[in-house]
Write a protein that binds this ligand. Structure first.
Ligand code: ATR
Length: 265
């Protein structure tokens, strides 16, 4: 019995926590199968997708292929098309379908933390910010976007129906927001780096960081020290994985087992 074949396409993928999370899910449900690291340079992407079509039930897609993979698929759901990124592929009998579970996974993470405030300030204007802004705006939220490079914030906000925060208004917007979301890469791999100057925090709002390495980023440590509720990036990683698993398996994901696998690192 060969079992289910899943994996993750990216470059690099060696650091990915997805194999642990999905292997734990399969183990918990008694599903036999494997989740493989599929390191794939850009020049090999098309060939890799043919391999997926021939022998995998589904795969995740990560940096730098989330956009490049789209024209190579047979169908792409509306959300992934609007965001411009696919992170989950389902193989339905040789037909490759593309989805984005990062965006709804982020929303589920907010829901699990009780942070459905309807209004948020998103820091960043890259791919991660784009997925988050799209999801929140499509659910009727009022979303401000602040970014180191203002022109990128302006462009993202105009395209997705958010508002761009002018550089001289950022500290006031931060202090007033009920939910501050760091969607920049500031703090990634560096516990002393933060996306905002020291002391810039909501007066009375929650703070979310999508960075999960380290989990306790400088931004979250400062927020917690100021008495604010926080959520780190592991919950988003978990929830995007759970949604991907649900697309592949057609049933509910075993969240507790997946969370445990992530927390063990
Ligand atoms: P991703 O797809 O992961 O979002 P990206 O497209 O490279 O990655 O975007 C990275 C984001 O983090 C950008 O918004 C970037 O700001 P710029 O647009 O000004 O480059 C932001 N960023 C990265 N390092 C930062 C830092 N040290 N302080 C503030 N913002 C930072």
């Amino acid at each position: 019995m060969g079992g289910v074949r899943l994996g993750i396409i990216g470059d690099p993928v060696a650091h990915s926590l997805s194999p642990k999370m999905h292997q734990a899910a399969m183990r918990q449900l008694g599903i036999s199968g494997e989740y493989l690291l599929l390191p794939t340079p850009a020049t090999e992407l098309a060939r890799r997708l043919e391999e997926v079509r021939a022998g995998f039930n589904g795969v995740n897609v990560t940096v730098p292929h989330k956009r490049a993979v789209m024209p190579l698929l047979d169908e792409v759901e509306d959300r992934a098309r609007a965001i411009g990124a696919v992170n989950t592929i389902v193989n339905r009998g040789g037909v490759l379908l593309g989805y984005n579970t990062d965006a709804p996974g982020f929303y589920r993470a907010l829901e699990s933390a009780g942070f459905l405030t309807g209004e948020a300030l998103v820091l960043g204007a890259g791919g991660a910010a784009r997925a988050i802004v799209y999801e929140l705006v499509s659910r009727g939220w009022l979303v401000g976007v602040a970014n180191r490079t203002f022109a990128r914030a302006e462009q993202l906000a105009a395209e997705l129906g958010a508002w761009a925060v002018a550089p001289d208004k950022i500290s006031k917007a931060v202090s007033k927001t009920p939910l501050l979301i760091n969607a920049t890469s500031a703090g990634l791999g560096d516990p002393d780096q933060a996306p905002l100057p020291e002391g810039a925090l909501p007066a009375d709002g929650a703070v979310v960081d999508i960075v999960y390495g380290p989990r306790r980023t400088k931004l979250l440590r400062q927020a917690a020290a100021a008495g604010l509720a926080t959520m780190d990036g592991l919950e988003m990683l978990l929830q995007q994985g759970a949604l991907a698993f649900e697309l592949w398996s057609g049933g509910p994901a075993p969240l507790a087992a997946m969370r445990r696998a992530l927390e063990e690192g």
